[in-house]
Design a protein around this ligand. Sequence first.
Ligand code: SF4
Ligand code: SF4
Length: 317
Amino acid sequence: MIGLLTGGAWVFYFADAPTLARDLISLNAHPIAYTTIAIPTSTTFFFGGFAREQICIYACPWPRIQAVMMDEDSITVGYRGWRGEPRKGSEDVENGADMGDCINCMACVNVCPMGIDIRDGQQMECITCALCIDACDDVMEKIGKPRGLVDYMALSDEPLERAGQKPRNIWMHIFRPRTILYSVLWSSVGIMLVFALFVRSPIDLSVAPIRNPVFVTLSDGSIRNTYDIRIRNQSNDESTFEIHLNATPDLLLKLEGHPDDRLQIDAQSMKLQRVYVVAPGESEPARAEHTDVRFWVENLADGARAYTNSTFFGKGN
Ligand code: SF4
Ligand code: SF4
């Protein structure tokens, strides 16, 4: 069910969600919609149901990013080796050394969902779930030792703790030039994304010239170039769009099937339109090798416009 919800959410992001939901339920959606939902659904089911922590360890980029961002002042789950070692059953203890607080019960290892031993030091696989902290604290309470053998800690505090002093205040670990820089950078990215969302154009326009052939010579000697124009109406209202060409007056624009150069486009929808640009045979664009042109569309409801540049190819002689 979770796989289905995530797969569905992904597809709804790229379509009009209420319409697609209705079509999916009534079995009227396009087969591509069902296929696209099936792929993330099945992969999520497999990854979450069977591969599980293998995905965290081998596929997820986050441990690598986290490892790069951390330093010895970072607060993370760790083992106070100077307190726990030598652990029960170790060679040193067998040879008569005083035993540390770790009784080698393996509770911290047994609860770890990633199957690691935190006593071996910080490891990339650790998801800082803190289950090992709780497990070890329970053990420490039972054997009458202080809690915190496995705990949140910073490696830079180790010398202080070994000397019997208190670790530095946690706020000194949190507010450092490095963490402030990270916060500023990540916040800036977030602010830029929100800003881009609010200033995005309500129209998305792209023009793809058809270059096979580059141009066609018509029976009256005029030169014709063909373009596929995609207009996405990103507003929430159905609108009429008028297509224009900014170029020399010699170039004439014609829309296939729309003599008035206007297109009706549903809200949040995209329309593909074939467009012809024709230059009379003796005109400058027809004789030139190429001429820069600019297509623009206008939403007749609110006057919003979008532009894109392209090229008109002539005979070149
Ligand atoms: S914090 Fe969680 S993942 Fe990390 S060592 Fe402890 S139990 Fe394992
Ligand atoms: S739970 Fe604590 S005492 Fe037990 S093995 Fe882990 S660190 Fe040692």
